[in-house]
Design a binder for this molecule. Structure first.
Ligand code: FAD
Ligand code: NA7
Length: 523
C-alpha cells in the first residue's frame, strides 16, 4: 500500500509535501505554538481528586495554574459541587452510609454488652442523607477555599481543547473563555454507565451518581452488577433496613481474589441481602402506582417479573473524554476513551508531549482516589519542581467496604498462580473469630485471612487478603510493609498486638498445601 503512494508523491512534490505536512501536523503545530507567550503554566481539566491535587501542588511551586471543574447533571438531574466523584458521589458519602449501616449492627450487638436498647430501632433516611450531604457541601467549600489560598484560579466551566495549547471553557450560562497554556492535565474521571439497550433503564434506573442524594428513602431496591460499587451499595442499603436484591450476570468482584469475593457475598447473603445469580435485566416499566416492574432472565432462560421501588445500576463506568476534542489534537485514547499514557518514558504523558492524564481517565491504572492524588502531586513536581519520581502503580492497597470489609494488597491467589506457578508459591491462611463478634454471637464463618508468598522463609509476600471488621484500617499498615518488600520470615516474626484482628495476620502458620484445618483456636 505504501509504495505506490511514495512513488506518486515523488512524481508530485506538492502532494508529497502535503502528505508529510499532514502526517506531522501535530508536531508542527506544537513547534509553532511553542514560540508563543502563554497565559498559564498549567491548566487542569477536572477538579476531582487528581486534578485538585495536581493544580494545588503546581501553584505551590510558583506556577500560574487554572483548574476547570464542571458537573453535568445525571439523567435524573443530580448535580453537586467541587471535588469530583470521591467527595460527592463516591468514597465519602459511601463510607458514611457504610458507617451508618455498621452503627445499626452495633446497636443490635450492644444489647449483648448490657445496653438497654428498644426492640425496634430505625434509620431515618432523610436525616442521615441530610447530614451526609451537609458534610459533603462543607468539603466542596473547603476545596474552594484551598484553591483560593493556594492561588489556583478555579473556573466552574466545562473544558475542551480548542488546540493543543488552548482550552475552551464554557460556563453554565454559556459564556465562553479561552485559556492558553504551556501544559495541560486531563483529570476528568468517569461517570456510571446506564444501559441504553435495556428498555426503560435510562428513564427509570438510578446510579451511584444519584443514590447518595435521594430525597426519599429508596425502599425495595434492585442493585444490578457484581462490582465493588454494587456490593457496597447493596451492603449499606440492607444494613439501613431496605429490602435489597443484587442481580449478577456472572461473578462478583471479578478483579479480586475469588475465594475472598465469595466470603464477602456469603456474609451479605447471611445478613439479609438477596442475590439473583446468573440473571440479567431485560427491561423495566413504571406501573400505575409508580413502582418499577422489572423483567429479567435467569440462568435457565426463564423470564421473571418483579416489582421494586428503586433500581440502582452499578455496571461499570465510562470516561468522559468524548467532548474534549482529544482526537483532533492528537491525544491517543483506548477503545473506552481513556487516555493512553507512558509516552516519552513518563507514565502520565499522553501522545502529545505537554498534555498529561491522571486518575480514573488514565488507561490501565487503578481507579482509586489516593492513586489519582499521588499521581497528580508527583506529576506537578516532575513538571515544575525538577523531580524525576514516577508514580508506583504496583501493590496499591484497597478495601471493599461491604458489611464484612475486604482489605487487599498485592496479588490474588489466581494471579499469583498464573504468574509464579503452584510450585513457587505458598499460601498461609486462617479463619478467625473477631473478639467483638463473640458476646453477640455473630457468625464469623466468613472472617478469613490469606497471605500469599513466594516459597521459602525469605520468599517475598505477594498478596495479603483479609475479610473482617476494620479491614481497611488493618491493611493500610501491611501495604507499607509490602512496599518495603516484606518477606514471610519478617511478617511471621513480628509480634502481634493482643487482642486485635490484625494480630491474626502475623500469627498465621498453616499453609493451604498442608490441608490442615485453618480455624484459629485460643490466643
Ligand atoms: P474525579 O474525582 O471523577 O473528578 C473529575 C472531575 O472532572 C469531576 O468533578 C467532573 O465533573 C469534572 N469534569 C469532567 N469533565 C469535565 C470537563 N470537560 N470540564 C471540566 N470538568 C470536567 N476510591 C477510593 O479510593 N476509595 C473508595 O472507597 C472509593 N469509593 C468509590 C465509590 C463510588 C460509588 C465511586 C463511584 C467511586 C469510588 N472510588 C473510590 C473511586 C474514586 O472516586 C475515583 O477513583 C476518584 O474520584 C478519581 O479521581 P479523578 O480525579 O480521576 O476524577
Ligand atoms: P466494574 O468493576 O467495571 O464492574 C462492572 C460490573 O457490572 C460487573 O460485575 C459486570 O459483570 C456488570 N455488568 C456490566 N454490564 C452489565 C450489564 N449490561 N448487565 C448486567 N451486569 C453488567 O464496575 P465498577 O463501576 O464497580 O468499577 C469501576 C472501576 O472501579 C473498575 O474499573 C475498577 O477498576 C474500580 P461482568 O463481570 O462483566 O460479567
Amino acid at each position: 500500500m505504501s509504495a505506490p503512494m511514495a512513488i506518486g508523491c515523488r512524481k508530485h512534490p506538492r502532494l508529497f509535501s502535503k502528505h508529510i505536512l499532514h502526517k506531522y501536523r501535530h508536531l508542527l503545530r506544537y513547534l509553532s505554538n511553542s514560540q508563543k507567550e502563554r497565559e498559564y503554566d498549567l491548566v487542569v481539566i477536572g477538579g476531582g481528586s487528581g486534578g485538585l491535587a495536581c493544580s494545588k501542588e503546581a501553584a505551590q511551586l510558583g506556577k500560574k495554574v487554572a483548574v476547570l471543574d464542571y458537573v453535568s447533571p445525571s439523567p435524573h438531574g443530580t448535580q453537586w459541587g467541587l471535588g469530583g466523584t470521591c467527595v460527592n458521589v463516591g468514597c465519602i458519602p459511601k463510607k458514611l452510609m457504610h458507617q451508618a449501616a455498621l452503627l445499626g449492627h452495633s446497636i443490635q450487638d450492644s444489647r449483648s454488652y448490657g445496653w438497654d436498647v428498644p426492640e425496634s430501632v430505625n434509620n431515618d433516611w432523610e436525616k442521615m442523607c441530610g447530614a451526609v450531604q451537609n458534610y459533603v457541601k462543607s468539603l466542596n467549600w473547603g476545596h474552594r477555599v484551598q484553591l483560593k489560598d493556594k492561588n489556583v484560579e478555579y473556573l466552574n466551566a466545562l473544558g475542551s481543547f480548542a488546540d493543543q495549547h488552548t482550552i475552551r471553557a464554557v460556563d453554565s450560562k454559556g459564556q465562553e473563555r479561552s485559556l492558553t497554556t504551556e501544559h495541560a492535565v486531563i483529570a476528568v474521571g468517569g461517570r456510571p454507565t446506564l444501559p441504553t439497550q435495556i428498555p426503560g433503564m435510562v428513564e427509570h434506573a438510578i446510579t451511584s451518581d444519584d443514590i447518595f442524594w435521594m430525597k426519599k428513602p429508596p425502599g425495595k431496591t434492585l442493585v444490578v452488577g457484581g462490582s465493588y460499587i454494587a456490593l457496597e451499595s447493596a451492603g449499606f442499603l440492607t444494613g439501613l433496613g431496605f429490602d435489597t436484591t443484587v442481580m449478577v450476570r456472572s461473578i462478583c468482584l471479578r478483579m479480586f481474589d475469588q475465594q475472598l469475593a465469595n466470603l464477602v457475598t456469603d456474609y451479605m447473603e447471611n445478613n439479609g441481602t438477596r442475590f439473583l445469580k446468573q440473571c440479567i435485566p431485560l427491561g423495566v416499566v413504571k406501573n400505575g402506582e409508580g413502582k418499577l416492574e422489572v423483567t429479567y432472565q435467569d440462568g435457565n432462560g426463564n423470564q421473571i417479573q418483579e416489582t421494586f421501588d428503586t433500581i440502582l445500576m452499578a455496571i461499570g463506568r465510562y470516561s468522559v473524554t468524548g467532548k474534549l476534542n482529544l482526537q483532533q489534537i492528537g491525544v491517543v485514547t483506548d477503545d473506552v476513551g481513556k487516555v493512553v499514557g507512558g509516552h516519552g518514558g513518563d507514565l502520565e504523558r499522553s501522545s502529545v508531549p505537554h498534555i498529561f492524564a491522571i486518575g480514573d481517565v488514565l488507561h490501565g491504572r487503578p481507579e482509586l482516589t489516593p492513586v489519582a492524588i499521588k499521581a497528580g502531586k508527583l506529576l506537578a513536581h516532575r513538571l515544575f519542581g525538577g523531580a524525576q519520581a514516577q508514580m508506583d502503580y504496583d501493590k496499591v492497597a484497597t478495601t471493599v467496604f461491604t458489611p464484612l470489609e475486604y482489605g487487599v494488597v498485592g496479588l490474588s491467589e489466581e494471579e499469583a498462580l498464573a504468574t509464579y506457578g503452584e510450585s513457587d508459591i505458598e499460601v498461609y491462611h486462617a479463619y478467625y473469630v473477631p473478639l467483638e463478634f463473640t458476646l453477640p454471637g455473630r457468625d464469623a464463618t466468613q472472617c478469613y485471612i490469606k497471605v500469599i508468598c513466594q516459597k521459602g522463609e525469605d520468599g517475598s509476600v505477594l498478596g495479603i487478603h483479609l475479610t473482617g471488621p476494620n479491614a481497611g484500617e488493618i491493611i493500610q499498615g501491611f501495604s507499607v510493609a509490602m512496599g518495603c518488600g516484606v518477606t514471610w520470615r519478617q511478617l511471621s516474626s513480628s509480634i502481634g498486638i493482643h487482642p486485635t484482628t490484625a494480630e491474626e495476620l502475623v500469627k498465621l502458620h498453616i499453609t493451604k498445601s498442608s490441608g490442615e484445618d485453618p480455624a484459629v483456636t485460643g490466643c
